[in-house]
Design a protein around this ligand. Structure first.
Ligand SMILES: [Zn+2]
Length: 105
């Protein structure tokens, strides 16, 4: 096994969750592949909302992906408002994108 091999890191219960996680992972610089969707679409019978979708990442980013997913599952990715300038920030960022102010808990 090499660090460049794709490994399944998570099975999402539906397409929406899979795409939410994919976005989060990609925001942290992790490349993501999804499997399961194409198959379901080809079958044309199951609604996308009930299809299980696997997320795959390469081995060298697997540990990092697990951390991101773990945080997601603990609901750490809620949007927050900057106490300095009032801009809304996505939950995975610790600094305000607008003014660089520290996130305040
Ligand atoms: Zn700010």
């Amino acid at each position: 096994m090499t660090d460049q091999q794709w490994q399944c890191v998570y099975s999402a219960g539906n397409s929406l969750e899979a795409h939410s996680l994919k976005g989060l992972l990609e925001n942290t610089g992790i490349s993501v592949r999804l499997t399961g969707e194409a198959l379901a679409a080809a079958a044309g019978e199951l609604p996308m909302s009930v299809v299980e979708v696997q997320l795959w990442v390469i081995g060298s980013q697997w540990q990092q992906a697990l951390v991101v997913i773990g945080n997601y599952l603990r609901n750490d990715y809620l949007d927050w408002y900057c106490g300095h300038c009032g801009e809304v920030n996505q939950g995975q960022f610790e600094l305000c994108w607008h003014c660089q102010h520290d996130r305040e808990e």
